[in-house]
Design a protein around this ligand. Structure first.
Ligand SMILES: Cc1cc2nc3c(=O)[nH]c(=O)nc-3n(C[C@H](O)[C@H](O)[C@H](O)COP(=O)(O)O)c2cc1C
Length: 214
């Protein structure tokens, strides 16, 4: 396929978003959109870009999976010694971004990260496939790895050592929750005149809604 074809201009025609259709509560609005996405053929509906910044403000982004949400926040799990884990420890302000291409929708969520309780994290860890539990133990996430063979050897050795035993959660593998202070809902529209609505938390419970220029 030619590069021009891939990078060429595309129109967004699927839907539109108006103030009258929005919930006054961004959590409800997210829930409505997420329910729609779950009904679509989107392959990874819960994949979100997590952007963190180090203590000097230098940003980095990667995908993580949304594993739960409620009025208190949006949760994901990772290794707290990883690059993102270290950045969160020095700067808890993060940004999440979902792109649901089949519905031409984007949601941004900015907020502060908190650790999930050990109880919730342990419970979730128990539900993971055994291979993923082993993976959590043997991966020094974000560190330099000499070769693929060392990783597989670590995996096989750990598996042998723990044969028949329950695998508990490593203390360096944690759950995090983003408590939002800003949401933005973006619906693609024709001629790049997209619909954008931002919810800003102006006191602890009140959200101010504004339409933004695309
Ligand atoms: C679809 C997808 C889902 C992912 N889910 C997670 C996840 O839930 N947790 C995680 O730690 N890494 C996940 N990753 C891997 C991260 O993108 C990243 O490579 C890893 O966490 C290391 O990031 P860091 O070095 O910036 O800390 C996922 C990657 C993809 C592509």
């Amino acid at each position: 396929m030619s590069k021009d074809k891939v990078l060429g201009s595309k129109q967004y025609k699927l839907s539109e978003l108006d103030l009258k259709d929005l919930s006054s509560d961004p959590f409800t609005q997210f829930d409505r959109w997420f329910s729609e996405v779950l009904k679509s053929d989107e392959k990874f509906p819960n994949a979100m870009v997590l952007s963190t910044a180090d203590s000097d403000g230098i940003p980095s982004s990667r995908i993580v999976l949304l594993k739960g949400y409620d009025e208190s926040g949006y949760s994901f799990y990772t290794n707290c010694n990883s690059k993102k884990g270290r950045e969160i420890a020095s700067n808890p302000h993060v940004s999440l971004c979902f792109w649901w291409s089949l519905l031409e929708m984007q949601v941004r969520i900015d907020g502060k990260v908190e650790l999930l309780s050990e109880k919730i994290t342990d419970e979730y860890f128990k539900t993971r496939p055994r291979e993923s539990q082993i993976g959590a133990w043997i991966s020094d996430q974000s560190e330099v790895l000499d070769n693929r063979e060392s990783l597989e050897k670590k995996f096989n050795d750990f598996e042998k050592k723990k044969k028949g035993e329950e695998i508990s959660r490593p203390s360096f593998w944690n759950g995090y929750k983003v408590a939002p202070t800003l949401f933005e809902f973006w619906q693609g529209r024709d001629n790049r005149l997209h619909d954008r609505f931002r919810y800003l938390l102006i006191d602890s419970k009140k959200w101010k809604i504004d339409r933004l220029y695309p």
